[in-house]
Structures are given as C-alpha cells and as structure tokens.
Ligand binder design. Structure first.
Ligand code: GLY
Length: 359
C-alpha cells in the first residue's frame, strides 16, 4: 500500500493507494475519527463495491447518473442522515465516482454545519482527481458545480482492485486525467513509483499514487484555488467547451470528461507552440503521452471553432478574458488575455470547421 499525505495542517489527510485499500476503512476510521459511533455510506446504483466501516451504518443509494448531483438529493440525504441519528461526531463515507464523492462531500459539509467524510473512489477518474482536494458540490440547472464548499475528507482510499470492473470508456476517461499529470510536477511526486520512470512506465497503483502526489502538493500549496491550483485545469478549458457545446446541426460531441481532456491537452500544447512558449519537441511529447495512454487527441467531427470559442469564453474558470493553462519554460501556468485569433488558428490547425469564425 502506498500512502500519500495531503499536507494541509489541521486538515491534513492520507490517501491510501493499492490493492485492497477499501478493506482499511475500519482501521482508518478508528485512527482518524476515534469518536465516531455511526457511519452513513453514500453510494450509487450499479456500483458493485461494498465497504465495512467497523461501526453501525446505513447505506444510502442514490440513482444512477449525473442528475443526482442536485440540491434536492442533498436535502434527501441530509434528511435521511437526521432520521438515523447521525451526529456531527459521526462520519459519511462516499463510495463511488466523482458524482458520489462531490455529492456526499457536500452533504457532509452541510450536515450539522460540517460532518467528517471519507472517500472510497471507485473510478480511475475519482482516484486520480475527483476524490482528492476538498472541492465538493452539486449542479444547478444554470450550470455545473455552481453550489458547493471546500470541505476536505479525513482520508481517501483508492483501491486498485475495484477498478477491474470499470467499463472501457471509464478507463479511457480516467487515463485522460492521468495524461494531464504527466505534464505537471509536484514536490515529492518523484518519490512515488520508480523515481526515474515516466508516468507511462509505472504500475497502475504507482501511476495513481504519483498523480495523487502531484495533486496533493498543488492542493496543499493553494487549497482554495487562488492561483497555483489552476494548473490542475490543464487541458480543461477546451475540454469543458467540448463537453458543453452543441454544434449548429444540433450535434453534440460524445466525449467523456477525460477523453475531452486529452483533446484539450493537445490543443493547449499547439496554442503554447503558436505563442512560442514551447518547442516542437514538447508538442511531440504531448502527442506521445496522449497516445501512450491510448487516447485520441482529435477534435470530434463537426466541431465548429466559433462555437468552441464561445463556450470557452463562458467557462467560469476563464475569468473575464480568454485564459488558458499553457505549458512554458517553467511548466504549465495560467496565461490571461490570449487572443481569439490565436485560439481560432489553433482550432483550425486541429481541423475545426471555420464557418462563422470570422464574425
Ligand atoms: N474534489 C475535487 C477537487 O477538489 O479538486
């Protein structure tokens, strides 16, 4: 088992990575929450993972789909917690993908104004990203993740065994986030796995642990996303646009989050090259890593440059101008004020439809 600490002072917590990590739940709870007398396990239909918290517990199973990430479900969960007598000294355990850890984490943040929670992420995407970092929340009809809280878990258990049942596209999606980490660095991350091996050469638990170590270092340096933490959005500005966009013919790209991130990574590399921030070799490295994780970096058919720019400008992380996380001499960093013409030219180089792009 590899344990990666998230160093956040009195909110510090361990992330345990390895085969069978979920079986550590009871001993981890006894260690980090010795006063807890009851657990509320929140999971989702179709997740074939059970856990034993070593305490009296109830299981709250929400329906499948992203639609449950709502204030209505938070109310239902908190009412169910109250009916079972869950107190502020007790614990919520989230068992599932990013939908479950975001939802249960926010319910925990709200219940009794803050109840402890532990994440047991069951997807690769959850293990390398969604379950770590303390951003919890739900969607509104007006947009994703518009209501939430920073509320750190007390521990995260990333069990490699539970990934064996993941559908192929869930793997692909997780690998898209992993590819992002190949371009980020975090203090101490090189200690996880073989120090000199690239992310691609490590075993799966080592890959997960190295991604976690990078994320942990970034989160510890900037818990509330005041600056540095934005690097975790590398590849995400175009990815979010691809996930949200509907093109003129009504077509919608059929991409999972990590698949969209893979396309966004190559786009960011080509944009950085256009702005002379990196050289051709570094662009090639992006292609190699993306392909090495068995991902496609092609824009989906029918992608319209003008539509994508419109959605990128709307991205809440884009502030008031076109902002991208772009690679450069010191690695990826936020770059503000990128000209629309450079973005359009980069999308054109990736084969986007230019119709309406000159408006
Ligand atoms: N929950 C994901 C994050 O904090 O980044």
């Amino acid at each position: 088992m590899i344990t990666v600490p998230v160093e956040l002072g009195d909110r510090a917590y361990p992330v345990m990575v390895g085969a069978g990590a979920r079986h550590e739940l009871a001993s981890v709870l006894a260690d980090v929450l010795p006063g807890a007398g009851r657990a509320a396990i929140v999971t989702q239909e179709g997740i074939p993972v059970t856990v034993d918290p070593g305490l009296p517990f109830e299981v709250h199973t929400v329906p499948d789909g992203e639609g449950v990430k709502s204030l209505a479900t938070v109310e239902q969960l908190c009412r169910a917690f109250a009916r079972t007598g869950l107190s502020r000294a007790d614990v919520v355990v989230a068992v599932g993908g990013g939908v479950v850890t975001d939802l249960a984490g926010f319910a925990a943040a709200s219940f009794h104004r803050g109840t402890a929670y532990v994440n047991v992420p069951t997807t690769l995407l959850g293990q390398v990203d969604a379950a770590i970092g303390g951003k919890t929340g739900v969607n509104l009809p007006e947009g994703k993740n518009l209501v939430g809280a920073f509320w750190q878990p007390k521990a995260v258990l990333c069990d490699s065994e539970v990934l064996s049942t993941l559908p192929p596209r869930e793997w692909t999606s997780g690998r898209g986030e992993m590819a992002k980490y190949a371009f980020l660095t975090g203090g101490g991350a090189e200690r996880v796995g073989s120090p000199d091996a690239s992310l691609l050469d490590l075993t799966l638990p080592e890959q997960v642990a190295r991604c976690v170590a990078i994320k942990a270092e970034v989160v510890a340096a900037d818990e509330h996303e005041g600056g540095r933490r934005m690097v975790l959005n590398y590849g995400h500005t175009l990815a979010h646009a691809l996930e949200a966009a509907r093109f003129e013919d009504g077509g919608r790209p059929d991409l999972r989050h990590g698949e969209a991130v893979a396309v966004g990574l190559l786009f960011a590399a080509l944009l950085a090259r256009r702005l002379d921030r990196i050289d051709d070799e570094r662009v090639e490295l992006h292609r190699t890593v993306i392909a090495g994780f068995d991902l496609s970096s092609e824009l989906p058919p029918g992608s319209r440059a003008a539509t994508l720019v419109e959605f990128m400008a709307r991205d809440k992380k884009a502030h008031h101008d076109l902002t991208f996380v772009l690679d450069g001499p010191v690695g990826p960093e936020a770059v503000r004020g990128v000209a629309v013409s450079d973005v359009l030219a980069t999308l054109a180089a990736m084969g986007a439809d230019q119709h309406g792009a000159d408006r």
